[in-house]
Design a protein around this ligand. Structure first.
Ligand SMILES: Cc1cc2nc3c(=O)[nH]c(=O)nc-3n(C[C@H](O)[C@H](O)[C@H](O)COP(=O)(O)OP(=O)(O)OC[C@H]3O[C@@H](n4cnc5c(N)ncnc54)[C@H](O)[C@@H]3O)c2cc1C
Length: 355
């Protein structure tokens, strides 16, 4: 059962994963990646999730990859890539991204953080919260309005006016260190602008799209571990002279857990297939996030129920997963936001205006 680690321990694990090559899947060889497919990334993440069975560590891994590493790979210029990519791939640098603010959650366009041109560079002011990896990150991609245009900036630990804390206000994913980001007249050189001015919203959508597509690969591994525990418990636990799993009400829940898990795997496979073919993943990643996060929560409820009161003992760890799974419906865009997006891509819903 995962123990609650201090943020430094999570950082150490991410670094070790980097040294073992886990952060290099889907990354070209010239940047020290494996030059392999997203199908391979899914396979390795699932293996890792099964071994660590810690949703918090999996979230920290994904915040690093989709929040920082891949945005630098996709939108960075040559200088920015040379400066940060090799170390992000080997885990010498840890990253994350800061979008959410007290007044801007589901709708990032509401954000208040501002950047002003300042002679040779920029000056940033604002406040971000619920930022995964903030307490341990060397590099954070921060989104801010630059003359009414949402834009992205690379913030580096130690930049003047850039502070983080270790505020982890949510009781979920404890081993994904969380914190606030404060920008107080934070001065940045011009070369810290990532991508074009005004490209920020597209870059947020892109980062979240990739995170939604692949975050649940690691979680699927953890869910396999969860299923194994429950099957074992259903065989070992005796009730009324027989094993617990002989009750159809129990075995059907287990069958549902297994079917949900395999459904997540089919969606992950489809995301990888489209990504490897260079096709758009906007729709499929929203569908995957929606199906997978709802499945994770329902299967965790089933697991706790099958374990009985033991499932709510802190030592079983399964009760913590309830909060982790509830947070899975919120981070990277809530289930409602995925449905809005899916409906919009079908040409209907909130954003549709009849002609
Ligand atoms: C564990 C965890 C890790 C996180 N890590 C990061 C991170 O690394 N970086 C980062 O920037 N943020 C991070 N977040 C923040 C996360 O992205 C937000 O919590 C999320 O976007 C929802 O915003 P909110 O919490 O402000 O909820 P709100 O936006 O206030 O939404 C509240 C409720 O209203 C619903 N709702 C809102 N708008 C609509 C709508 N248009 N239609 C239908 N329903 C709607 C939502 O679905 C939700 O149920 C993290 C959050 C958690 C829990």
């Amino acid at each position: 059962m995962p123990m609650t680690l201090n943020p430094k321990a999570t950082r150490k694990i991410l670094r070790q994963w980097g040294h073992l090559g886990l952060l290099g899947h889907g990354v070209p060889r010239e940047w020290l990646g494996h030059g392999n497919t997203f199908a391979e990334l899914v396979r390795h993440h699932e293996k890792t999730g099964r071994a660590c069975h810690d949703p918090g560590l999996i979230l920290a891994l994904n915040a690093h990859l989709w929040g920082a590493l891949f945005p630098v790979l996709r939108f960075g210029n040559g200088h920015q890539k040379r400066q940060w990519l090799p170390e992000l791939v080997t885990g010498s640098l840890i990253g994350g991204h800061a979008i959410t603010e007290p007044g801007a959650g589901s709708n990032p366009a509401d954000m208040q953080t501002r950047a002003e041109s300042d002679g040779n560079g920029f000056r940033l002011n604002g406040h971000k919260r619920y930022i995964t990896n903030a307490p341990i990150a060397d590099v954070i991609i921060v989104y801010a309005y630059l003359q009414q245009k949402l834009s992205a900036f690379v913030l580096v630990h130690g930049d003047p006016g850039f502070h983080t804390n270790t505020e982890h206000p949510v009781m979920a994913c404890q081993n994904a260190p969380m914190g606030e980001v404060f920008l107080e007249d934070c001065r940045l050189p011009a070369e810290r602008l990532l991508g074009k001015p005004g490209a920020g919203l597209m870059m947020i959508q892109s980062a979240l799209e990739w995170e939604r597509a692949f975050l649940f690969a690691g979680i699927a591994g953890a869910m396999q571990w969860q299923l194994d525990q429950i099957i074992e418990h259903s065989r070992q636990r005796q009730t009324g002279g027989g094993h617990l799993g002989r009750h159809q009400a129990i075995s059907h829940r287990i069958a549902d857990m297994a079917t949900r898990l395999d459904t997540i795997r089919f969606w992950l496979k489809e995301c990888a297939r489209l990504a490897d073919a260079g096709k758009k993943i906007t729709l499929v990643s929203a569908q995957t996030k929606l199906v997978a996060s709802e499945a994770f929560l329902q299967s965790t409820l089933d697991a706790v129920h099958i374990l009985g009161a033991k499932g709510l003992e802190t030592s079983s760890g399964m009760s913590e997963w309830l909060n982790d799974a509830a947070s899975g419906r919120l981070f990277s865009g809530s289930s409602e936001i995925q449905k809005n997006l899916i409906a919009a891509l079908l040409g209907t819903g909130e954003g549709y205006r009849p002609k």
